[in-house]
Design a protein around this ligand. Structure first.
Ligand code: ADP
Length: 601
């Protein structure tokens, strides 16, 4: 007892410590989940941008394959070599995986006065003059203007020698150069004399190439996790490809990442092609300063603003930020769920530890109490027996008195031992109840008859009120008798000086249930409100009982509760200190066996 405050202080300290740890863990979890989500978001963003760059690279690589496939070497030695383009076209059609990407190949000899367009015939390996197809009207005007601009101009801008994409057809244009004239002023520069025109198959780009690339770069085992879109035009109004069905109102704005498909590639993958296609003079130090580093220049330049092809990618369910926020919410819920579980288990642990602690204390008190209780009748019996044996008592009335004393104390001893044995059997679930319709009146009469000598000795007035039409109750007769006996015994023990005992039995409607209620009432000590929660616990003895040294084991009510509940009923108490107590047993009506007694009391 001396250490109890220190121990409870330690307990409170431990609980507080654990609560603090939980709160700190919660805060750390919150912070870490923030950092982890941020890192995850960055990783996703980087991987998304990498995929977009890969898409651009793959796309440009396909076009670059065309550029590389139609390379004669620059400058071409003479116009006569141009027919080799037909052979290159045939080779391309035979070997390329995406051979449908090219719809037609033309050689445009733009010499002033002799301008003519020749179609490359891959089957017969020759160039044959053709009329300009109608879809080239705008392109032709554009490149004629460019030709006029560059005709005989010595200062060559490298941009004009790269491949150009005119999306209006669409077609790739590549300048055709002839070696510099030895005799003229601008002898250091090759001459621009026309264009190689590679007409692209837009239906193939839209229907095969872009979907294939999108699938390769953004597809997963369960389909697309991103929405992918390729558009043309400065305001992205012309949709070339969408991973979603065109009917879906997928909103791409704002995209998680957006990239110009003709933008520069991150490495010198296209450099070889560029360098080879450049006029020899452009590689001198004189022009290098004007053109800038070759590495940064894209190979294919769109000729109009509409030629800007844009790849937009957005996370499928909302945006990447939404996805990361959702992930964070999920991980926080899981984390806090685990912490809550931990807190609940800790609380349960504390409650059960307290309970076990209290039970252990009660058991110690019980052992001490029972030993004391056993000793008193044993001592009385022993001394009475000694007096009788030694002949101290010899007269008839005295012997009778001793006999009664021994019988009373013996009974007390037996009832205590019985109670302990019964408790052991109820606790080990060995008790078997034989439930059948029981006449409660009969049980009450038997119990009162059994207690008659105690009632008589105590001069107790018994007020019995039993409903004459009381239905049978569903119960085990012996167990019910024990419970009632216990309640009557308690009423006598704690009845004080009132010398009054009330026993009532009636059939009551409790909500929708019709039940039998048996009440044992006294006008004695009563039970203080805080103790009402504990009196049905094993080994618990009230303050009044211990203060007045009223004998008992603290098992009676616990046993009564267990037994009544095993019979499908319940036991309730109404009590006020100094006014008395009323214990009521609620049992099922045997006439309505399917109705459950209300066990919520
Ligand atoms: P015991 O009577 O052996 O102490 P019980 O389990 O029967 O054990 O009762 C537990 C406690 O409930 C008692 O110690 C007493 O404080 C209180 N109690 C039980 N019945 C009454 C009653 N009729 N009037 C006042 N207190 C009671």
């Amino acid at each position: 007892m001396k250490f109890a405050p220190a121990r409870s202080g330690l307990r409170i300290g431990l609980v507080a410590g654990m609560a603090v740890i939980l709160v700190v863990l919660g805060l750390l979890q919150y912070r870490w989940s923030g950092q982890v989500s941020e890192a995850y978001r960055e990783r996703m963003q980087v991987s998304l941008e990498t995929s977009a760059a890969e898409f651009r690279q793959e796309f440009q690589r396909e076009l670059m394959r065309i550029c590389l496939a139609f390379r004669l070497g620059s400058p071409a030695p003479s116009k006569a070599d141009w027919k080799r383009y037909a052979q290159l076209y045939a080779d391309w059609a035979r070997t390329s995986l995406h051979n449908h990407l090219v719809a037609a190949v033309f050689v445009w000899d733009a010499a002033p006065g002799h301008s003519r367009l020749m179609a490359a015939d891959a089957a017969r390996i020759r160039l044959s003059p053709v009329e300009w197809p109608r879809e080239f009207t705008e392109s032709r005007k554009f490149f004629e203007a460019r030709l006029r601009q560059l005709w005989g101009v010595p200062n060559v801008d490298v941009r004009f020698f790269a491949w150009s994409l005119d999306e209006r057809v669409p077609a790739l244009f590549h300048p055709l150069l002839l070696p510099p004239d030895r005799d003229t002023q601008s002898s250091r520069y090759p001459k621009l004399v026309g264009y190689l025109v590679v007409e692209l198959n837009m239906a193939y780009i839209k229907g095969t190439l872009l979907p294939q690339l999108a699938k390769r770069c953004f597809g997963g085992p369960q389909g697309f996790i991103y929405r992918v879109q390729v558009t043309a035009g400065p305001d992205s109004s012309d949709i070339l490809y969408r991973s979603e069905p065109p009917s879906s109102a997928a909103n791409f704005y704002p995209p998680d990442t957006e990239i110009n498909l003709f933008g520069p590639l991150p490495h010198g993958a296209l450099r070889v092609a560029l360098e080879e296609d450049l006029p020899a003079a452009d590689q001198t130090t004189e022009t290098a300063g004007k053109t800038g580093p070759l590495r940064a220049r894209p190979l294919i330049l769109p000729v109009t603003e509409r030629g800007l092809w844009r790849l937009s990618v957005k996370y499928r369910n909302g945006s990447l930020d939404d996805a990361v926020a959702r992930l964070r919410r999920r991980s926080l819920t899981a984390g806090f769920g685990v912490l809550a579980l931990l807190a609940i288990s800790m609380a349960m642990l504390i409650v059960s530890a307290q309970r076990a602690h209290r039970l252990a204390r009660l058991q110690v008190e019980f052992t001490a109490g029972v030993s004391h209780e056993l000793r008193t009748p044993l001592a009385v019996i022993c001394s009475a027996a000694e007096n009788l044996a030694d002949g101290v008592v010899s007269a008839g009335p005295q012997i009778k008195e001793y006999g009664e004393l021994i019988r009373r104390e013996g009974r007390r001893l037996r009832s205590m031992v019985d109670e302990i044995l019964l408790f052991a059997s109820v606790q080990s679930q060995k008790a078997v109840y034989n439930l059948c319709p029981v006449d409660v009146r009969e049980v009450i009469d038997t119990v009162l008859a059994g207690a008659s000598s105690r009632l008589r000795e105590g001069g107790i007035t018994v007020e019995k009120s039993i409903d004459p039409a009381l239905p049978l109750a569903m119960a085990d007769k012996t167990a019910l008798g024990r419970c009632l006996d216990n309640l009557v015994d308690n009423a006598l023990k704690y009845g004080g000086n009132s010398r009054w005992l009330g026993v009532r039995a009636s059939s009551e409607s409790n909500g929708r249930v019709e039940e039998i209620q048996i009440t044992v009432e006294d006008r004695g000590l009563g039970i203080p409100e805080p103790e009402l929660d504990y009196i049905f616990e094993p080994f618990y003895r009230g303050s009044g009982a211990t203060a007045l040294q009223i004998h008992g084991t603290g098992l009676g009510l616990s046993l009564a509760k267990d037994m009544i509940e095993a019979m499908g009923g319940r036991i309730t108490v109404v009590s006020a200190p100094g006014e008395g107590s009323a214990f009521t047993i609620h049992l099922r009506n045997a006439d309505r066996p399917h109705e459950q007694a209300d066990t919520s009391g």
